[in-house]
Design a protein around this ligand. Sequence first.
Ligand SMILES: [Zn+2]
Ligand SMILES: [Zn+2]
Length: 194
Amino acid sequence: MTHEEFETAMAFHGHKCPAMPLGYRSAKAAMDALGVARAKDKELYVVSETGKGHAAGCFLDGVMSATGCTYGKSNIEKKYYNKMAFTLIDVVNGKAVRVRLKDEFFGNMLNSPFVAQRKQGVAPQDVPAEIADPLVDNVLKMPEEKFLVVGEVADYDFPKGKGCFETDLCSKCGERVFVDKLTDGVCIPCSEKK
Ligand SMILES: [Zn+2]
Ligand SMILES: [Zn+2]
């Protein structure tokens, strides 16, 4: 992870923490295994097994930054299995790889002085630099084998969907909607109103 990549990802994420670059590096490893570059549109898709647990959100922001798979483009989904793992799918070539944090590393991660601060109720952006900085530096330079299991690249049959480009007005509220979400001319919120 270059200095520039780190700064860009941190600006997106919002604070300096070890889990974001950890996610970024994990995603880069998956991208290298597949031989793919960051998605400009929907060339990649992430199925993340993370949940809302500690460090998981930060980790996934790193994954989003590296892969370009974002909530806005709908090419990322969360399974809430509460595992520190995800599958990266190369939509164009129909290949996928699953990566996960090593179990021991994942276990030790929650004993870090950063997490100790969090347990005491300190917001991540308020964790002192003398605690956060060495942990982040360590994540940036530790060898991949120390923290990551990269699975085998396998075939993956990704369902091809076409984007909807047509719109119409809802016959009840009059608001404009993509037609694939209009039923009998009515939008979803109007159809749910009784
Ligand atoms: Zn974070
Ligand atoms: Zn409506």
